[in-house]
Ligand binder design. Structure first.
Ligand code: ADP
Ligand code: ADP
Ligand code: MG
Length: 673
């Protein structure tokens, strides 16, 4: 490689910082991290040759501070800055600030970022370049009445989109005129808070939509190619969940037409480097060469770039460095071919059964899969903490195979080998998705997940009762016995079980907190030294079912039946994993417990750290079960808080605009008797 770039500062964090460092190291470059206070001990910081603190945890005070990052780059003598995705990656001012400081920005020219930065201007540009765009209004007027009139002319259903949008935020589908105004208000509010720009566009909602995007690459010598398509139609709330390449069922003529259109769009803005042109395809009659429309161009490396790497055999980050250092692309379009099929799943710390709210906390156990055709990109290690400050992605699991079926089989099996304890995760949800008949057959669109959500998430039967009793056994036996290889096989109860050292045989009540609720389990001795555990008199587990499988301080992993795994985190907490669901069980310590957080009763609490953006009730109001009481905005998304039961509002304990902490009581209801 051209010797001009010998060091790189990555202005990002997490898995993408690790990903970029990996290639940089292979190319012999010096690697420089910048990090917020919350990331001081993060994996990407440990991997870098050098690291510079850039401010407090909130991104606005650290990862979004152009001046501080440029100062760190100068202090470190970095030749170039790679922005990753998100954060400053699509900010033209950042590219300009790099240039002004004499540092190479690994990305397109500021002018190209600017041209594609706003969806309205980008659509106008694409139209001029002869690329088909979704019919709609992308002009300057923003009056609600005017936009409603436009929606009527376009014809429902329509999609309202933040002009400055990204990450699926600031977007509302509207099916009838009646709902337009409320949707517009929501989209504008989200657009303002996420992007500081309330402007929206209105476009036709394409039916049976398939999200198919083209990876483009251009150099500074006028060459531009398509690295083929990715299908990202498996989405939830307009955010990608599983992505694959190539797109199932795409005719060769459509691939060629899309590739040409994407290259045209890139050339129209003088594009250089890696970029993605996103199209929405009308999939009502399958994918067809005349039924795709330009949506937007992402002027950066994409989260799902690994599937393209898998099917092309290229390292896109290496190509980015080569192009940034002035080299021409080392291939032409005709040199490129697709090899096999690749699928990526985004593994998140979130709770599918709890409305997919991000789930934070320490990763007590993290075992990511390995195997033939499997690649894992992650930015966290066992013992790390998932904080509320950033995107709660744990890892991307990528599977490559000769065929789509083989790739999906490999992905499914890899997800089955994944073990996460601490924060809840979407691993079981991803696996269900990966195995879903409609997805396997290729007959899916962007509504697939939402339509089948209940089946994919699995019925919520409440905490697993057998898991609770197994946890009670394990928690009481620890710390002395669970490490013994003969645990559960005929230990002498008289000196082995806590609480049974002396005195006559009797039952022991084990007071527990299960997912925030107080529950008592009881342990009883049976003949032969086994201990049985029961809930409300029902015997559900005994000590012979428990077998220690793995120990790595500070945790002990055990099984308690087929597909049932428990992780003893510390002396008082166990995470029980059954059918992909986690039940957190702790020994109840009356001196160390926040009584306010036990049993929800009439307390309506913040589901996570965030900001109270709207409050719809006041003390004295009557509310019905399910009624919307307030909105908390967190991770740039709005979460409605609903009344858990009918009653009267006794107290409101926070004001709109306030920052609220996870678990903080916001509203208290007097529930109807
Ligand atoms: P890509 O197009 O590169 O796959 P997306 O369009 O899914 O990425 O996301 C765009 C940006 O939004 C990314 O930079 C990503 O960091 C961010 N993002 C994606 N999902 C979430 C999320 N659940 N919460 C917050 N930010 C997200
Ligand atoms: P973002 O910047 O948030 O990624 P996009 O414009 O790329 O916004 O749209 C995100 C997702 O919303 C798309 O992947 C697609 O699923 C859906 N979407 C966008 N535009 C349309 C449309 N006109 N019709 C149907 N679905 C759409
Ligand atoms: Mg997009």
């Amino acid at each position: 490689m051209n010797r001009s770039l010998t060091s790189v500062l990555v202005a990002n964090r997490g898995e993408i910082a690790c990903r970029i460092f990996r290639t940089a190291k292979r190319l012999g470059m010096r690697t420089i991290a910048v990090h917020s206070d919350a990331d001081r001990d993060a994996m990407f910081v440990a991997q870098a040759d050098e690291a510079y603190p850039i401010g407090p945890a909130p991104a606005a005070e650290s990862y979004l501070r152009i001046d501080t990052i440029i100062a760190a780059a100068k202090a470190s003598g970095a030749d170039c800055i790679h922005p990753g995705y998100g954060f400053l990656s699509e900010r033209a001012e950042f590219a300009e600030a790099c240039e002004a400081a004499g540092i190479v920005f690994v990305g397109p020219p500021a002018s190209a970022i600017r041209a594609m930065g706003l969806k309205d201007a980008a659509k106008a540009l694409a139209e001029m370049a002869g690329v088909p765009v979704v019919p709609g209004y992308h002009g300057a007027k923003q009056e609600p009445d005017f936009l409603r009139q436009k929606a009527y002319e376009i014809g429902y259903p329509v999609l309202i989109k933040a002009v400055a949008g990204g990450g699926g935020k600031g977007m509302r589908r509207v099916d009838r005129a009646l709902d337009f105004e409320a949707a517009l208000e929501g989209a504008q509010r989200e657009a303002q808070s996420s992007f500081g720009d309330p402007r929206v566009l209105v476009e036709k909602y394409v039916l049976s939509p398939r999200h198919v995007e083209i990876q483009v690459f251009a150099d500074a010598h006028g060459n531009a190619v398509s690295l083929f398509e990715r299908d990202c139609s498996l989405q939830r709330r307009h955010q990608k969940v599983i992505e694959e390449a190539p797109a199932p069922g795409i005719p060769a003529a459509m691939r060629d037409a899309m590739g040409r259109a994407a290259v045209e769009a890139a050339k129209a803005v003088g594009y250089v480097g890696a970029g993605t042109v996103e199209f929405i395809a009308d999939g009502r009659e399958g994918l067809r060469a005349d039924r795709f429309f330009f949506m937007e161009m992402n002027t950066r490396l994409q989260v799902e770039h690994p599937v393209t790497e898998a099917i092309t055999g290229l390292d896109l980050v290496e190509l980015q460095f080569r192009v940034a250092s002035g080299e021409p692309l080392p291939f032409r379009q005709d040199d490129l071919a697709i090899r096999g099929h690749a699928v990526e799943a985004r593994l998140y710390a979130e709770d599918p059964a709890g409305g997919f709210l991000p789930s934070t906390g320490k990763l007590w156990a993290l075992r990511l899969p390995e195997g033939e055709g499997i690649r894992v990109d992650t930015g966290v290690r066992e013992g790390d903490v998932v904080t509320p400050f950033y995107d709660p992605m744990i890892a991307k699991v990528i599977a490559h195979g000769a065929t789509r079926t083989q790739a999906l089989d490999r992905l499914s099996a890899a997800l089955g080998r994944t073990l996460i304890a601490g924060p809840k995760s979407n691993v079981a949800f991803l696996r269900a998705l990966c195995d879903a008949e409609g997805f396997r057959s290729g007959a899916f669109d962007t509504g697939f997940i939402e339509r089948d959500l209940d089946a994919l998430v699995g019925a919520d039967h409440g905490p697993d009762r057998r898991a609770i009793t197994a946890a009670a056994l394990a928690l009481v036996e620890r710390p002395r016995n669970l490490s013994r290889p003969d645990f559960g096989r005929g230990l002498d109860p008289w000196d082995e079980l806590v609480g049974f050292t002396t005195g006559p045989r009797r039952d022991t009540v084990v007071p527990l907190i299960v997912e925030g609720e107080r529950i008592d389990a009881s342990l009883t001795f049976a003949e032969g030294g086994t201990v049985t555990a029961s809930l409300d008199g029902e015997v559900l587990c005994d000590s012979r079912a428990i077998a220690v499988s793995f120990k790595r301080a500070p945790t002990t992993t055990f099984t308690f039946g087929e597909g049932a795994t428990g992780i003893l985190a510390d002396d008082a907490t166990a995470f029980m994993l059954t059918a992909g669901r986690q039940t957190r069980v702790s020994l109840f310590d009356p001196f160390d417990v926040d009584l306010d957080r036990i049993g929800s009763g009439g307390a309506v609490k913040a589901p996570m750290h965030g900001k109270l953006v709207a409050l719809f009730v006041a003390a004295g109001d009557r509310v019905e079960k399910g009624q919307r009481l307030a909105i908390v905005e967190a991770m740039k998304m709005e979460h409605a808080l609903l009344a858990p039961a009918s009653g009267a509002v006794a107290e409101v304990s926070a004001e709109p605009g306030a920052q609220v902490a996870e678990g903080q009581r916001l509203i208290t209801l007097d529930i109807d008797a």
